[in-house]
Design a protein around this ligand. Structure first.
Ligand code: ATP
Ligand code: MG
Length: 690
């Protein structure tokens, strides 16, 4: 359907509009009157874009669907393969009724992703190009590495690991903050065929131990401490506790290679276990700066990454080498309209999938210059991001809605006092971005000039699945627009029947794509049960989604967040976006509660702007906002004031906890230790009857 729509849309003028306060785009004609929310890329932008029109997208998408093998092998041929893959580019079974789920891409092809990220670029003459600009926590503390220097450092660590018995297929746990050593560690593992498992360095000793016990690494890489904002975090102490715990469970890790981060602490202040603990700087420099590559099969494992755990026990998502390589490189290139002159900054930590695919692998496979930021985005003040953008002339800035919303709460002056002229593309990931946050990001941060790539994807998908191509599509604030090449999203109903056209339901994917995860580590059955059994024949994302009359996809949040009020299915994201539109509302989180009449009622946690007092009047006007925006059926039954919301360390709202608070099941809050700030839970409980 969207293809048909595109044909009519492409008749429209592609001159961009600076969107006014009212967000009306002056489009002339047809669509403008129906839908004043379309925002076109400017002529200049489209003119220089890799994909510059809906037609061009359509042609490529059609080819990727009609001939996936040809489409992806053409792209794969641009990378280095020691030996080409076999006759079959891919094979798949995504239907549990036909046997075990299996996905393979480029099987028999022999390659190495580290080689493609580094050696290949150096050989192509990019040796002196900056690979990483590293910005420390404190103003004025920075460093950088060229592609040649990065390669040398990666080789030294790779040689150390090899020398200490790490072989192809062995697991290595990495528990590091955003120092350059983090991407270096990932690449060094990949170089020798070891399987890295990065654990976000904000996780507790318990969570780290759980992951160590699951994947049994030979070595753990960490540092003694790190400064984040005004706080110092003693990572080594957390690692010590985790290693104690895991050895009690029979998993002992032989080596703890510890980077001495003298900006945060001293060696004297670091507890040490002789025999196990080794200072990084003491050993690495003794190793040669070149290291032969371990050539691996495209289907050999590259890494394990445990999902953030906003729901249930963490799952070890396993990605393999070849397909992941091609997919992250290609999605990065097109979704951000990457050019070799770009300076790219993704604010995600390498502890999350975003940091794997779009701090490290995707950008480096393209030979990009990447900014790696150690600190907190609001330290020393809310202008830090734009300070960094100006300092490094960042042209592509990729972040999360939670950061956008938190910066929006502060004065625009923090943004506007910086030039930001270098910016050309913005990106968002992690949650649906509320249209009002989208507009602020677009209008204020991007000066109404930079398209926003709102990329929908998951740890499991390896790379972008539904995403704008910034030069091709007119955008709608809050919609992730259309599927990437090779991706066939489908929306199904409760029975698993595909629904066509304008609709809403469960978001699934038909057919495989190169970046798909191949299993859950050590638990293929859970892989099948969680993702392929709910709707036989499809990969089930766990997310709710709707498709509008123009074929645009709108993510509505996790399916377990969809609320059924008197038979109306309402996505939490919709109600939250309506609340956030209120001028005094900074953030909102909505959950369902039992309701005698309606089945489920809507319970909204609302964070107000700094300094706004709670009042009944305000409560009423918030409810009115939702009534006006969505309809009376979606009006919240209860507004609960929330000075802060319980969030995971990746910034996502943990609704599991909010549901318990809303239904006053306070004894059943479960594990709250993985929250970024567990104290918000007490604050919320205290305000339950206000
Ligand atoms: P867990 O699976 O452990 O509960 P998680 O799903 O939050 O954690 P990720 O894989 O990092 O872990 O996040 C993927 C999820 O984030 C998606 O399923 C979706 O719910 C949400 N998401 C990511 N990007 C977007 C986006 N652009 N728009 C809407 N939702 C998004
Ligand atoms: Mg998930």
């Amino acid at each position: 359907n969207y293809l048909r729509h595109v044909e009519s849309m492409s008749q429209l003028p592609s001159g961009a509009g600076k969107i006014s306060q009212l967000n009306a785009v002056v489009l002339g004609e047809s669509l403008a009157s129906e839908d004043n929310d379309l925002i076109f890329p400017s002529k200049e932008f489209s003119g220089q874009a890799l994909i510059s029109s809906p037609q061009q997208y359509m042609e490529m998408h059609k080819r990727s669907m009609d001939d996936p093998a040809g489409f992806w092998s053409d792209i794969a041929s641009e990378f280095y393969w020691k030996q080409k893959w076999g006759d079959q580019v891919f094979s798949e079974n995504l239907d549990v009724r036909k046997g075990p789920i299996s996905i393979e891409w480029f099987k028999g092809g022999i390659t190495n992703i580290c080689y493609n990220c580094l050696d290949k670029n150096v050989e192509a003459g990019l040796g002196d190009k900056t690979a990483i600009y590293w910005e420390g926590n404190e103003l004025g503390v920075d460093a950088s590495l060229t592609y040649s220097e990065l390669l040398q450092q990666v080789c030294q660590l790779a040689n150390y690991l090899k020398d200490n018995g790490v072989k192809k297929g062995d697991a290595v746990v990495i528990y590091l903050p955003m120092l350059m050593e983090l991407p270096i560690a990932m690449l060094a593992c990949a170089r020798i065929g070891a399987v890295h498992s990065v654990v976000f360095a904000g996780f507790s000793a318990d969570s780290l131990a759980q992951r160590i016990i699951d994947c049994k690494p030979k070595v753990i890489l960490t540092c003694n401490a790190v400064k984040r904002g005004p706080k110092t975090i003693n990572l080594k102490a957390i690692v010590d506790a985790a290693l104690d715990q895991s050895s009690k469970d029979g998993v002992s890790v032989g080596i703890c290679l510890t980077y001495d981060n003298s900006l945060a602490t001293t060696r004297e202040n670091t507890k040490w276990l002789n025999g196990r603990d080794v200072w990084w700087q003491d050993v690495i420099s003794q190793y040669p700066t070149s290291c032969e590559v371990e050539w691996v099969d495209a289907e050999d494992p590259l890494f394990l990454l445990y999902t953030s755990g906003s729901t249930g026990k963490p799952k070890g998502v396993l990605h393999t080498t070849g397909g992941y390589m091609i997919y992250t490189a290609t999605t990065f290139k097109y979704a951000f309209d990457y050019k070799s002159t770009d300076v790219y900054w993704c604010t995600a930590d390498c502890g999350w999938i975003t940091g794997h695919s779009y701090v490290t692998y995707g950008p480096m496979l393209n030979g990009a210059t990447v900014v790696v930021f150690e600190g907190a985005p609001n330290y020393p003040d809310s202008g830090r991001c734009w300070d960094i953008v100006d300092k490094y002339k960042v042209s592509i800035f990729y972040t999360a809605p939670t950061l956008v919303r938190s910066l929006m709460r502060d004065d625009d002056m923090y943004v506007t006092r910086h030039s930001r002229k270098s910016l050309r593309v913005l990106g968002s990931v992690g949650e649906p971005i509320n249209p009002s946050a989208w507009r602020w990001f677009f209008n204020v941060v991007g000066d109404s000039r930079c398209p926003i790539s709102d990329t929908w994807w998951q740890t499991e998908t390896g790379g972008f699945m539904i995403t704008p191509l910034p030069g091709a599509w007119p955008q709608k604030p809050g919609s992730a627009t259309f599927p990437f090449f090779g991706v066939q999203p489908v929306i199904v109903d409760e029975k698993g029947i595909e629904i066509e056209g304008e609709c809403s339901g469960y978001l699934c994917v038909k057919g495989s794509w190169p970046g798909a995860f191949r299993t859950l580590f050590g638990d293929h059955e859970r892989y099948e049960t969680t993702y392929f059994k709910p709707f036989a024949g499809y990969y089930f994302s766990g997310d709710g989604c709707s498709r509008d009359k123009d074929g645009y996809y709108w993510l509505t949040g996790r399916v377990d967040d969809v609320i059924n009020v008197s038979g109306h299915r309402i996505g939490t994201a919709e109600v939250e976006s309506a609340l956030v539109l209120h001028p005094q509302c900074a953030e909102a989180a909505v959950v369902g509660i039992e309701h005698e009449v309606k089945g489920q009622g809507i319970y909204a946690f609302v964070t107000l702007l700094e300094g706004v007092p709670y009042s009944e009047e305000l409560r009423k006007s918030l409810v009115l906002m939702v009534r006006n925006q969505i309809g009376a059926f979606a009006a919240p039954d209860r507004i609960h004031w929330a000075p802060g919301l319980p969030k995971t360390r990746s910034g996502k709202i943990m609704r599991r906890i909010l549901r318990k608070i809303a239904s006053r099941q306070l004894e059943e809050l479960g594990d709250i230790s993985t929250l970024a700030d567990p104290s918000v839970v007490d604050q919320l409980i205290a305000l339950a009857d206000v």
